[in-house]
Design a protein around this ligand. Structure first.
Ligand code: SF4
Length: 278
């Protein structure tokens, strides 16, 4: 059941790990990909989930007036001379291409608003969903002002089935990444967080399909030096599959090295800084 409601605003001033962005944009609250999946998702520990009254992944609310709000807030930014400096991360607490988007098309309408609005700074679209292919026409038309960051945590399909079973298959996401890159769209593979994987094989797959990559970990990327991941039970979950060695400060290093060897240091970011695209 998708609840629809009218929000009061759509651009949220940001900071923290997204230091180079001015705003985040979440057209949805909740995320259906999280249903018995994405156990590391830090939104699980945020007030929006704690007070939701339902398990994470089992509720989604759509801000049905998000495109209209964006149009209004862009006009406001233009009047203040700030529009050209807008750097927006979509999304920080949901996936803009989760299942509900197939019917509601809020994310598509948002891209349309940006397309009609002129020259803003940067829009980064963060998703794990091949549904983004539907909007390649608009994303291509926006040119270098948009970058797509596609989450792929591992190259091992059995790991995906164990830890993120509601996510699209690895093969399907790699295909999406390749399609976007071939279309001339700026792409980033977000290996975030790194899950058990084969470093060299994974680096070969990513380097052939993405313009750049960012590697993040359960310890460096949770904003609390691993405490939040621990509270979410990640050590126990990984250990239950025999992956206890993957929540250490060094576990990601072979993959980071392999990617940097293939793509060059400038094209491979690490942890929170790595998400701050130029
Ligand atoms: S897709 Fe992203 S926002 Fe959604 S549950 Fe997974 S990690 Fe959380």
């Amino acid at each position: 059941m998708i609840e629809q409601y009218e929000a009061k605003s759509i651009l949220t001033a940001t900071g923290g790990f997204l230091a180079t962005y001015t705003h985040s944009l979440n057209a949805y609250q909740g995320c259906a990909f999280g249903r018995n999946s994405c156990p590391y998702c830090y939104v699980r520990a945020m007030p929006i989930q704690r007070f939701s009254g339902a398990p994470w992944g089992e509720w989604v609310k759509a801000k049905i007036n998000a495109p209209a709000l964006l149009r209004r807030e862009i006009e406001h930014a233009k009047k203040k001379g700030l529009f050209g400096r807008l750097r927006i991360f979509m999304s920080t607490a949901t996936d803009p291409y989760q299942g509900a988007e197939a019917g509601l098309k809020l994310t598509r309408e948002i891209l349309q608003v940006f397309h009609e609005s002129g020259d803003f700074g940067l829009l980064v679209v963060q998703t794990r969903s091949p549904l983004i292919e539907r909007d390649m026409d608009l994303i291509s038309a926006l040119g270098g002002r948009v970058a797509v960051s596609l989450t792929i945590e591992t190259n091992r399909e059995e790991v995906r089935r164990q830890i993120t079973p509601t996510s699209p298959s690895i093969e399907r996401r790699l295909e999406t990444l390749a399609k976007l890159t071939r279309a001339g769209i700026r792409t980033q593979a977000a290996i975030s967080p790194v899950l058990p994987c084969d470093a060299e094989e994974f680096a070969v797959l990513i380097s052939a399909r993405a313009n750049r990559a960012v590697v993040d970990t359960l310890i460096d990327g949770d904003g609390a030096c691993g405490r939040r991941s621990a509270e979410l039970g990640m050590q126990r979950i990984l250990a239950s599959y025999g992956y206890q060695d993957w929540m250490t400060p060094e576990a990601h290093l072979p993959l980071l090295d392999a990617l940097r060897n293939r793509m060059g240091i400038a094209r491979v970011g690490f942890s929170q800084d790595g998400f701050n695209l130029l």
